[in-house]
Design a protein around this ligand. Structure first.
Ligand code: GUN
Length: 293
């Protein structure tokens, strides 16, 4: 049976460390790390994420503010807010929650964020800096995955890593981080031929496809370390509850099968998820220390 990687415990430790670093920064320099989160519209899932981000930042002793804008706001009004936050010396990190309403061009909004304050690491400057190995603000989810891998494995050097998924938010930056850690990296995706066989090569398998339980137990090399980034809602196991519309959350990996084969695996929930906000705090501290200047 695989070891279960406790993302909640790792995230709690990282949040405590962020709190200590924030206090030390305030004492030594008078600077309180500040995070500004912007949300447009009232999608309940996004609202909940944003609430958690704000609360955890405040709990770690950061200056935390949330700008909640109506769905009907124009892109220019959003860009005006971003421009103000870029200039605000008390704001070190800016995060615009995605997705944005359909009438907005998300790339244009992300491009307007000062790269030095881009704690999501979504700006092309940060993506490019990561790709060429310069100091960069790196997307929080892959950063969280890397931390779990480093805690779990003595050495990443030389290991075969397969990343399933090629998004700008997870798959691509994850592959860059693993490459920097001297893994041999394959990026697989929905068009990959014989995906099960590609996955079987992996000493490290990162699943970030957004398809419930797609990766089966017999796709996994015995002893591999499996990081499941997926957060998928599926009907409850109990048919009566499912009939009432009750759901449960599962990953991209069929956990019950994979746990029999893998050496270590992250659960969903309680694996990668909690690490993401903890890494956002870490990135905000990095931004407050102004690494890009
Ligand atoms: N929506 C879902 N995940 C994220 C994230 O990591 N950052 C932002 N800005 N929006 C998201």
């Amino acid at each position: 049976m695989a070891r279960i990687i406790d993302g909640k415990a790792h995230a709690a430790a990282l949040r405590e460390e962020a709190g200590r670093r924030a206090r030390r920064m305030l004492e030594l320099t008078g600077v309180q790390p500040g995070l500004s989160v912007v949300i447009v519209g009232d999608d309940p899932a996004s609202r909940l994420y944003v609430k958690n981000k704000g609360e955890q930042a405040a709990a770690a002793g950061f200056r935390s503010e949330t700008h909640t804008l109506p769905e009907t706001i124009s892109q220019d009004e959003l860009l005006d807010l971003v421009a103000r936050l870029n200039l605000d010396p008390a704001v070190h990190g800016i995060l615009v929650q995605l997705p944005l309403p359909a009438h907005m061009d998300a790339q244009a909004v992300l491009a307007a964020i000062d790269p030095a304050k881009d704690v999501d690491g979504f700006h092309v400057i940060n993506a490019g800096r990561l790709a060429v190995g310069l100091p960069a603000l790196v997307p929080c989810t892959p950063l969280g995955c890397l931390r779990l891998l480093k805690a779990e494995l003595d050495q990443l050097k030389g290991l075969e890593a397969v990343v399933v998924g090629r998004s700008n938010i997870v798959g691509k930056p994850m592959a860059q981080l693993l490459l920097q850690a001297d893994c041999t990296v394959t990026i697989a995706h929905s068009r990959t031929r014989d995906l099960p066989q590609v996955c079987r090569r992996a000493d490290i398998l990162v699943a970030a496809v957004g398809r419930a339980e797609m990766i089966r137990g017999d796709w996994i090399k015995p002893g591999a370390t499996v990081i499941d980034v997926g957060i998928n809602r599926v009907p409850s196991r109990d048919p009566a509850k499912a009939a009432e519309g009750k759901t449960r959350v599962v990953g991209d990996v069929a956990f019950d099968e994979a746990v029999e084969v893998a050496g270590a695996i992250t659960p969903v929930p309680g694996g990668v998820g909690p690490m993401t906000i903890a890494c956002l705090l870490d990135n905000t501290l990095t931004a407050a220390a102004r690494i890009l200047e």
